[in-house]
Design a protein around this ligand. Structure first.
Ligand code: H2U
Ligand code: ZN
Length: 363
């Protein structure tokens, strides 16, 4: 039998075989099967998406001056623009908005319901229909960052808003209906599932170790370097050790800050630069507008100090091995545990080695 001699050899040995990795933020496991990445593919392919080519689309509900569903019209905005979602999933008119109404049939939490008040907004990143974050200048992206900060502050200061989720859904594959560069903000009364898990994990880690979970993790990744894609003055972009999606990425603030409000001008500019660097690499990977869901995780706005929270963004892209072949979370993953074939280290190396110039600008 081949007995590994030291810790390094042990981990090399381990990482070449089927193994599972622990996500300390959600306290869930992912199954990694590195030997499977060469298996033949017989699944479906999706039609490749071609990027929007017109700067203004008269039929687009997000372009300046156009009418939206429900009759409202967009102003002739020239930078960013935010409006209340015309089909909002959450509304403020839940009574009373700051005290949830709760119904627990039988008192055993089997048939349990709670009212939920909130606000949903849509954020246009640019008046240009044909741009994406990757094709915008760092200065233009900085205005989007500024808007996110303002929205987090404004929504978070409402008494009945205790959590603000900023996100972007990009690409038809992710269910995004419109190529016009935009994101959304859903702000509500309770802390939703994912940030709730992260909050509990960060709190427990800080209590046990006296340090922040992501500060510690960043330090380890800086030493290993195998999963870091790139870094700038204020942010590190990496494929987390426990990534589920093939090209899943986290953008983590280097300083221990709990939310976007704590970013000064240079840090905001650093974030804008990082978003451009990452989205350009993403588009270059398969020379296609790369679909993803991304969003920020940060401190709840419930008035507590939340020193355990460390600001970061997650990018969850569905593509696996080409512009048309995606990963599906089905079967074992749906019923048992997420699983991946390509290792996070291999994915990081692929993203790291891509050109910094967008493919559309090289043609
Ligand atoms: P996607 O980013 O997932 O495509 O969603 C865009 C949002 O825009 C969606 O939540 C809203 C939809 O409700 N919308 C409006 O608010 N007004 C419109 O006229 C069309 C779509
Ligand atoms: Zn448009």
């Amino acid at each position: 039998m081949n007995t590994p001699a030291n810790a390094n050899e042990l981990s090399n040995h381990l990482y070449k075989q089927p193994h599972r990795r622990f996500n300390p933020l959600t306290r869930e496991w992912v199954l990694v099967s590195p030997h499977r990445s060469e298996r033949p593919w017989r699944g479906r392919t999706e039609p490749a998406v071609s990027p929007a080519t017109v700067a203004y689309d008269p039929g687009c509900y997000l372009c300046p001056g156009n009418e939206r569903a429900g009759g409202a019209s967009n102003p002739n905005y020239t930078s960013t623009f935010v409006f209340t979602n015309d089909f909002a999933a959450l509304t403020p008119d839940v009574h009373p908005p700051d005290v949830p109404t709760r119904h627990d049939e039988g008192g055993r939490a089997l048939i349990l319901a709670e009212s939920e008040a909130g606000i949903c907004r849509v954020v246009c990143f640019s008046p240009r229909h044909d741009l994406t974050l990757a094709r915008m200048s760092v200065e233009e992206i900085l205005r989007v960052v500024d808007l996110w900060v303002e929205q987090y502050s404004e929504l978070g200061s409402l008494p009945y808003i205790n959590y603000v989720q900023i996100f972007e859904n990009r690409g038809e594959m992710m269910g995004c209906s419109n190529p016009h560069p935009h994101g959304q903000i859903w702000a509500n009364q309770t802390i939703p599932n994912e940030p709730q898990k992260e909050q509990a994990a960060q709190q427990a880690y800080a209590e046990k170790n006296g340090v922040c979970l992501l500060c510690d993790y960043l330090q380890m990744e800086a030493q290993a370097q195998t999963r870091v894609i790139f870094e700038n003055e204020h942010f590190t972009t990496l494929v987390p050790f426990w990534a589920i999606w093939p090209f899943e990425v986290m953008v983590i603030c280097k300083r221990h800050v709990r939310d976007l409000l704590a970013l000064d001008r240079p840090a905001r500019a650093s974030l804008a630069e990082m978003l451009k660097m990452l989205t350009t690499r993403y588009d270059n990977l398969f020379e296609t507008p790369f679909p993803y869901s991304m969003g920020f995780h940060q401190a709840p706005t419930n008035g507590n100090a939340h020193p355990e929270w460390h600001l970061h963004a997650h990018f969850y892209p569905p593509l696996l091995r080409s512009a048309t072949i995606r990963k599906f979370m089905v079967g074992y993953e749906l019923l048992a545990s997420p699983q991946r074939d390509i290792t996070p280290e291999a994915a990081a190396a692929m993203l790291r080695n891509l050109s910094e110039t967008h493919y559309a600008e090289r043609r």
